[in-house]
Design a protein. Structure first.
Lengths: 247, 576
């Protein structure tokens, strides 16, 4: 007889693809509070993930735009009004590298804790139908609060980025000092805004647990935010490398 | 039926949840439509003021007074911005796409209804912010809908370039965010919510057009948003992304080293796909209507689908043809030119397929059909000047003339507007449960068709005769004297054509209340929206799920009991 343990591997419920004929959930759509049974949550999760992929494409296009602007702007010579010569005005930015490395480390650790939180809630959601059977106990479903740890680490990263801005300003690089410093502020700032959006979603997910929302609904929120968080971590590594190589 | 009762119980009852902050894609679609309707009348009024100013530059107009050159540039900027963003992007995609995409694929709503509501209200805020630019100190911006730098980046460059320009950029950025949310919803809905049997290749061409348009929007608006953020930083934080060393009114600006061409590249990387964002839904609607009213399957369905994809793909590779004047390398210009002319191929495939659909059809000349034919006519007339302008050697003399104004108004403006009109007359019975008046519709069609041709066809000639565009005043210029009568003619026709639009407006609102009752399928069409009640219930299909057994355009199938087979008809319908 099989025993249920927290490490049980249960795949996502996939009732089928759109073209193959799935009845979408009742009540018209995915993000309403109402939902039917377990299978509806499977369809909603799939739809939310698809929406996330599409949404991330648009976010990445914003950074594609910035990257091409950076490469273009770096190559444009400018007229020096004193000498009448064309010069390059791309000053080398003195980046606070140790601080940024610490921030990168914090973000990567938060990505790991996020993944642990995502797997934890996936397990809880998978066991939810079993727990609803009277008399069946699968043990304590509450584990380590990975979600809260991720929120704290995310806030730590944002605080670290703020300190990096202060450090840059102390070293004499303001937004308008040189196009190179403009891009440092622009790219870190835009990334921070997107990460803050992820933080809001995380805080919502944590609050959902406190508000006793169904575990399946929480699972969707945590799952989608988790993937978003990983992409933001990779995006930061890309941006850090870009700023390093073009400084 | 219990499920039906449960579904109907979900329909919100209060006025605010039902009509203002509704999650129902049908209500949101109508909200988009009416927003675009308000916007189009504002935009049209601005264009009339411009036409009047062109021929009577010193006229003192009631309420407005004399139009100064900078006011003319503000009118030009706001006309273009309102029309491109809040009419041509908003009505065909946000309006009809929202209303009919879920119904045509057999879904109860969009994939993310809350996001859908947010995208409408974000668009609305964008519109309010844009209109606010008229009322702030200095007035609306002068830099045209393309917002070329450094003019758009320097608050000291002109009266409208202060707060007005900031509002303009903010409005565009808000619109970008709204469009990205909308595109996300459209793509997810199309991929994930199709009913049983509705394979991609059974989708009506309207759905294909909305789907590809959403992909274009997803890729293009992000880049415009990034460009707009850079512009706001240049304006407000003293960065130099776009602004080179520049002297304004004898004063050296603090900026240095930026490149105006960077803006042009980023803007047109968005701007050219935007042209297709405006026109693709019209192509979908024209295909749908031509097939229905010719009582024939659309000619070459698969070719139509691949042509939409090809246009979408090529649309991202041709932005440089807007920049032939910028001194780009002749090799780049050559590449952009060849890619641009290549778009003629899928466009011609579509045009010939439309003609093939009409050929030997039993055509019903009702108002939607007239506007669909008008769409094809405008698309061809406007499209044929495209290959001229695609060649750098011809574009350089023609670029800053009225020739270009004629070209893009016919193909992007009027053709897309004809698509919107065709869709309005076609889907009105489904949306409001009543028919629009046919006589008024036909009067409106012929007045608009003849009017727009009389306005824009002579502009080609004006352009060839070197009448510059964007100039506020040219009546005193000697070599343009002989063109004044033609300009007067255009202005008179413009006044008449604008007046004719009130026939449409009257017909629209009068028919909502007094039109003849519409049946569920008044056009004897085949797609899913015609298989549900008129107007559709809250969950679109009244608690049951449609099952699709047929392609979207099965007209005149041999052996069928009537001359059309609906997509939901049983498989055995042919054998009856």
């Amino acid at each position: 007889m099989a025993t249920l343990s927290p490490t049980i591997a249960i795949k996502d419920v996939r009732p089928g693809r759109g073209g193959a004929g799935v009845r979408p959930p009742a009540g018209g759509g995915g993000d309403g509070p109402e939902g039917g049974g377990f299978s509806d949550y499977g369809a909603r999760l799939r739809r939310a993930r698809l929406g996330l992929i599409v949404g991330l494409t648009s976010v990445l296009m914003i950074f594609v735009g910035f990257t091409s602007a950076l490469i273009f702007r770096q190559g444009v010579p400018t007229l020096d009004e004193r000498t009448g010569q064309y010069i390059h005005d791309w000053l080398q930015v003195n980046l606070p590298i140790p601080l940024l490395l610490v921030n990168t480390f914090i973000l990567l650790v938060s990505s790991v804790t996020m993944e642990l939180a995502r797997r934890q809630v996936t397990r809880q959601a998978a066991l939810a139908p079993v727990r609803s059977i009277p008399g069946v106990s699968v043990g304590d479903e509450r584990g380590f609060p990975w979600l809260y740890v991720t929120v704290v680490l995310g806030l730590g990263f944002l605080a670290g980025q703020w300190m990096a801005w202060r450090e840059l300003a102390d070293r004499g690089f303001s937004v308008a000092t040189s196009p190179s410093s403009s891009f440092v502020y622009l790219l870190t700032g835009t990334h921070a805004v997107h990460l803050a959006g992820g933080l809001v979603a995380l805080i919502y997910s944590s609050a959902a647990a406190l508000l006793h929302k169904p575990v399946e609904a929480r699972r969707i929120a945590v799952d989608v935010t988790g993937w978003y968080w990983h992409v933001m971590a990779f995006l930061w590594i890309y941006l850090f490398a870009l700023l390093w190589f073009t400084r | 039926m219990a499920t039906t009762a449960a579904l109907h119980a979900h329909a919100p009852q209060g006025f605010i949840r039902k009509y203002i902050f509704s999650l129902d894609h049908k209500v949101i679609g109508l909200q988009y439509y009416f927003l675009a309707l308000v916007a189009v009348f504002v935009g049209m009024a601005l264009s009339l003021l411009m036409r009047i100013h062109m021929i009577w530059p010193t006229a003192v107009l009631p309420l407005i007074g004399e139009i100064k050159p900078e006011t003319y540039l503000s009118l030009l900027t706001m006309h273009g911005t309102i029309m491109v963003f809040f009419v041509l992007t908003t009505a065909p995609q946000g309006g009809f796409g929202n209303y009919f995409l879920p119904i045509q694929i057999g879904a109860p709503d969009m994939a993310f209804p809350v996001l859908n509501m947010l995208s409408f209200w974000t668009t609305f805020v964008g519109f309010v912010v844009l209109i606010a630019a008229f009322f702030v100190s200095g007035g609306a911006p002068l830099h045209g809908w393309t917002g070329y730098t450094p003019l758009s980046a320097l608050p000291s460059a002109g009266p409208g370039e202060q707060l007005g320009a900031d509002l303009w950029i903010t409005s565009i950025a808000i619109f970008c965010i709204a469009s990205l949310m909308g595109a996300l919803n459209f793509i997810t809905t199309t991929l994930d919510l199709r009913a049983k049997g509705m394979s991609m290749m059974r989708m009506p061409l309207t759905c294909w057009a909305w789907f590809i348009t959403a992909i274009l929007g997803l890729l293009a608006f992000g880049v415009l948003l990034s460009a707009g953020i850079l512009l706001l930083l240049d304006r407000n934080l003293g960065t130099s992304f776009y602004v080179p060393l520049v002297v304004v009114n004898g004063q050296i600006m603090a900026h240095k080293g930026g490149s105006p061409l960077l803006w042009q590249h980023l803007f047109w990387f968005f701007g050219h796909p935007e042209v297709y964002i405006a026109i693709l839904p019209g192509m979908g609607v024209a295909s749908q209507i031509l097939s229905t009213f010719s009582r024939k399957p659309i000619f070459g369905y698969k070719a139509m689908v691949y042509a939409i994809m090809a246009i979408g793909l090529l649309g991202f590779m041709v932005w440089g043809h807007h920049m032939f004047m910028s001194g780009m390398s002749p090799y780049s210009a050559f590449a952009f030119s060849v890619m641009t002319m290549a778009i003629g191929v899928p466009s011609a495939i579509k045009t010939f397929n439309w003609l093939g659909t009409l050929y030997k059809g039993r055509i019903r000349f009702q108002t939607p059909m007239l506007f669909a034919i008008g769409f094809v006519s405008m698309f061809v007339s406007g499209g044929l000047s495209g290959p001229f302008l695609a060649q750098p050697v011809l574009d350089i003399p023609l670029h800053d003339t009225a020739f270009v104004v004629a070209h893009f108004h016919l193909i992007m403006g009027v053709a897309a507007i004809f698509g919107i009109f065709a869709a309005t007359y076609y889907w009105f019975p489904k949306m409001f449960g009543r028919m629009m008046n046919e006589t008024l519709g036909k009067v409106h069609f012929f007045a608009t068709l003849i009017g727009t041709y009389c306005i824009f066809m002579p502009m080609h000639y004006l352009g060839l005769a070197a009448q510059p565009r964007r100039y506020s005043q040219f009546t005193e210029v000697a070599y343009l004297h002989r063109l004044i009568p033609l300009n007067e003619f255009i202005t008179y026709v413009a006044i008449i054509t604008v007046a004719a639009q009130f026939i449409f407006l009257f017909n629209l609102f009068w028919s909502m209340k007094k039109g003849a009752k519409a049946s569920d399928n008044p056009w004897e069409a085949t797609t899913l929206e015609w298989s549900t009640a008129t107007p559709p219930p809250h969950d679109n299909f009244g608690g049951h799920t449609p099952v699709v057994n047929h392609g979207p355009y099965e007209y005149n199938v041999p052996g069928a009991p009537r001359d059309y087979i609906m997509q939901t008809d049983p498989v055995t319908a042919e054998a009856h």
